[in-house]
Every structure is written in structure tokens, then in C-alpha cells.
Design a protein around this ligand. Sequence first.
Ligand SMILES: Cc1cc2nc3c(=O)[nH]c(=O)nc-3n(C[C@H](O)[C@H](O)[C@H](O)COP(=O)(O)O)c2cc1C
Length: 209
Amino acid sequence: MDILEKLNWRYATKAFDPSKKLNNEQLSRLLEATNLAPTSFGLQPFKILLIETSDIRVKLQKAAWNQPQTTEASHLLIFAANLELNDDDIDNFLSRTSEIRNIPLSSLAEYETMMKGFVAQMTSNDLAIWSAKQAYIALGQLMVAASVEGIDTCPMEGFDKGAVDKILDLPNQKLGSVVMAAVGFRSKDDKYQHLPKVRKPLDEIIIKL
Ligand SMILES: Cc1cc2nc3c(=O)[nH]c(=O)nc-3n(C[C@H](O)[C@H](O)[C@H](O)COP(=O)(O)O)c2cc1C
């Protein structure tokens, strides 16, 4: 596999073929790949809402500048940041680590103090931004993994966050929408797939010291 070939194949798909759906295996592999994204401390402070139901997607399309990807793609994922993180969340993470790695909880005491201290000093705004950053890393991983598997995606920030949060009842779950990903298969009529990539030359991006 040539990763550059896959990444050049990927583009932000504007027109999906509504008749083409991911099968269960494709979907579960993609979600597994996304869940393997690294996060700060490993805390994974976000949820991913997987939306297939068409009536919710019609409502979301209205809140997303009427972008057709929201309803035409096979699946729509909404990345939602945790707006609250408490000691219980950290304790759950530590118990899981202890269980999976078969190590005593007591060996994680220092890590626990550090994480709880880090989270406690954040304002609610800091926490929302920090959680959103973690979600974006997962979004990036989703798009790369999808391209490797021959699945198309469109990352989408073009939506009214307040309206989306309301449709999905996110505030009651202490969540805030951050970004969407439409996932599916490109329409053969999507002219964007033929456009060459527009990127700065590497020497404008990389500062060598
Ligand atoms: C965070 C983010 C938000 C984006 N939001 C939208 C969007 O709402 N609608 C859309 O059609 N494309 C959206 N895009 C796609 C970008 O316009 C696209 O990735 C960029 O122009 C580069 O083109 P390429 O991905 O096809 O290489 C978004 C991309 C990112 C990374």
C-alpha cells in the first residue's frame, strides 16, 4: 500500500452516492480505527454519535447549511466534546487500565494525581477546547483510515452548533458538537474528485532549524 496514493485519492467528498452503504464490517473497522486514535492521557474526552436515522439527518441537514452530504452519505458521525470531566471519569479510566494491563491500581496513584490536577485547573472553556482538540485527532485518524479502506469522507464544520446540540439533546449529556464526518462512497458525478490538490509547497510549511 502506498499511503501517499491513498491520501491523494481522499478528498472532501461533496456528492455521495446515496445507494451505496458501508457494510457492517467496513463500519466496525472504521470505528475501531477511529477509537485507536491517541488522546491526551488516553482519556478520550468525547463521544461520536453515529447517525443512520433519516429523519434526524434531515433535521441536521437544515442545521448544516443544507449541505447534502449530511443526508446522502451512508453514515453521519458527529464528534461531540465532553463539557464536563469529573473524578469518576478518571477513576473509570484508571480501573480499565489496571484491568487491561493487569497491574495494581495502586501503581497508578501518581498518574491519578497528575491527571486529576490537570483536569481540576481547567476552566469549563479550557475543558471544552481541550476535549475538542482530542476529537479532531480522532477525526483525522478516521479520514486517513477510511482512505486506506477505499471509503470516502467529508469533514464538516459548516453547521450551527447550537442547533445541532439541540437536535441531538447534547447539553443534557454534558456534550457539545464539534465537527461532523459524512462517510460513504463518492458519486461518480462529484466533480471535486477530479480536482488536483491545492497545498502549499513543503518549504512554505516546514521550518527547518
Ligand atoms: C475541520 C474541517 C471542516 C470542514 N468543513 C467542511 C464543510 O462544512 N463542508 C465541506 O464541504 N467541506 C468542509 N471541509 C473540507 C475542506 O474544505 C477540504 O478538506 C479542503 O478544502 C482541502 O480539500 P481536500 O480535503 O479535498 O483535499 C472541512 C475540512 C476540515 C478539516
